[in-house]
Design a protein around this ligand. Structure first.
Ligand code: AKG
Ligand code: FE2
Length: 483
């Protein structure tokens, strides 16, 4: 682990010293009382001890709130009037050090985005709104844009539609089959999550003690923190690219089970073919996201060729998408990142992306198929499999997203799964044969066309066994660290 900065070491040592001195002083008092053997005093000590125990057993959150010193202004603005408790600072600092080991704590603020971000955001928002108006007016169609018809435009907006105006069949024909993104409003209007997932509820309501993944260490272990601590960090941090809750296990923990009933799969996304392999074996597929302003997700494609829907409950998200098949080093920014610039979404959107766009502008025929837009609260974006995408939280956000294999994307997902998750793919195929013979037939046809065969050598079986054991150990250790 990287050492802390001298400044922070000093703070930590001072705090540790103070508290340990405090404990020692109390113990000493008790010893003195005993040695005096005064019945009255002994009774008093007993009473005090009892009171102390009771106090300790009082809910942790009650005590945390005393530390936090914030004022609830409305559902989403729990303004921190003073930097939150040192306990939360310590927890989050330790998470930060584990998550990005190449940074010292003060490096998390080295670019000063905290002071410059809003100016950039407001200007960018005006441009995005203009782009959106042009797109919704129908100035550019997806067909032109992705090169199916001539006159490709450099960047366009995303189609927007209300769910009442888009039937499932229309969605499949217009967006899912041709693999085109769309922003759909109205799907979450009745979700309990609208009320239950406000930032205040998340930090004070029934989910406050849920451990949520907010980072990953160099060995791939999850770094988790309780929601109530994370929300305090969200309100008070000044980091360039803050930690981001991106948690796929929220519905599996006892205290989080109710979260699964706070939302429902929108009508367009009910196919979920991976469910056939069972909850334990299937790849992670649903995530709860709590993103402080300036946090985000850098350019990537979703795993195994799956498509995704992402519903935003609070705040605003800025999206950029590139059509499938674009060169990775170009869209990921490797060709446009300057020395000293990091690989975080905030830098990508504010620095790297404008350079990619400017270069694209110089091309005779722009060919990245860039789609850029802002997602507003209550909107659900459909991200078709294979599309590169990056997201920046323009404000503090809460969202839920799921990835899925459907009848429509099945051929692509099958090819990726049989290669990337061979053992699971075999099991999947067996289940498909029972439940969806037509899809199993598609899988067999694709295997035949590509001369693909399942071969499980002893070596690969051992590798799988070792991997499973390691995963199990990791999970156990990560649970232990939360206790
Ligand atoms: O909201 C985000 O930060 C990104 C989520 C994402 O990549 C997705 O939904 O596929
Ligand atoms: Fe994604």
């Amino acid at each position: 682990m990287l050492s802390r900065t001298p400044q922070n070491v000093k703070v930590l040592i001072e705090e540790t010293k103070q508290s340990s001195q405090g404990v020692k002083a109390e113990e000493k008092e008790e010893e003195d009382d005993k040695s005096e053997k005064e019945g009255q005093k002994a009774k008093k000590v007993k009473k005090e001890k009892k009171a102390k125990k009771e106090k300790e057993s009082r809910s942790e959150s009650e005590q945390d709130q005393k530390h936090a010193s914030f004022a609830v202004v409305d559902d989403d603005h729990l303004y921190v009037t003073k930097y939150s408790s040192s306990k939360v600072n310590d927890i989050m600092d330790s998470a930060k050090l584990k998550h990005r080991t190449s940074l010292k704590l003060h490096d998390w603020q080295r670019y000063g985005y905290y002071s410059t971000f809003r100016e950039w955001r407001d200007k960018d928002t005006r441009e995005m709104e203009k782009l959106d108006r042009r797109h919704q007016r129908g100035d550019t169609s997806y067909a032109q844009h992705i090169g199916v018809e001539k006159q490709a435009k450099l960047v366009i907006g995303c189609d927007r539609v209300h769910c009442d105006d888009l039937s499932i069949e229309q969605f499949v024909e217009k967006y899912e089959k041709p693999y085109l993104p769309v922003m759909i409003s109205g799907l979450a209007d009745k979700w309990p999550a609208i009320k239950n997932w406000t930032l205040t509820q998340l930090s004070q309501g029934p989910y406050r003690d849920l451990p949520m993944k907010c980072g990953e260490d160099d060995e791939g272990y999850s770094i988790k923190t309780k929601l109530k601590y994370f929300v305090q960090y969200l309100h008070s941090n000044r980091d360039d690219s803050p930690l981001y809750v991106f948690d796929s296990g929220f519905g599996e923990r006892e205290e989080g089970k109710d979260m699964l009933t706070d939302y429902e799969k929108p009508k367009y996304f009910t196919d979920d073919l991976f469910s056939l392999v069972g909850e334990k074996r299937r790849p992670p597929y649903r995530w709860m996201l709590v993103g402080p302003e300036r946090s985000g997700t850098n350019v990537h494609r979703d795993p195994l060729g799956t498509s995704a829907w992402n519903t935003l409950l609070r705040g605003k998200k800025r999206w950029v998408m590139f059509k499938p098949g674009c060169p990775a080093d170009l869209v990921e920014g490797d060709l446009h990142r300057q020395k000293g610039e990091d690989n975080e979404a905030a830098t990508y959107f504010t620095k790297v992306l404008p350079r990619i766009r400017a270069d694209e502008e110089k091309k005779a025929t722009p060919d990245l198929g860039m789609i850029e837009c802002i997602q507003y609260p209550g909107e659900t974006i459909f991200v078709p499999g294979g599309w590169w995408h990056a997201v920046l939280n323009l404000e503090d956000t809460v969202a839920v997203t799921q990835n899925f294999a459907s009848r429509t994307n099945f051929p692509v997902v099958w090819k990726k799964t049989r290669k990337g998750r061979k053992h699971m793919a075999k099991r999947w195929l067996d289940k498909l044969e029972e439940e969806w013979p037509d899809l199993a037939a598609t899988a067999h046809r694709l295997n035949k066309e590509d001369s693909f065969e399942f071969i499980f050598s002893d070596k690969s079986k051992k590798k799988k066994k070792d991997k499973d054991a390691k995963k199990k150990k990791k999970k156990k250790e990560s649970m232990m660290s939360m206790k």
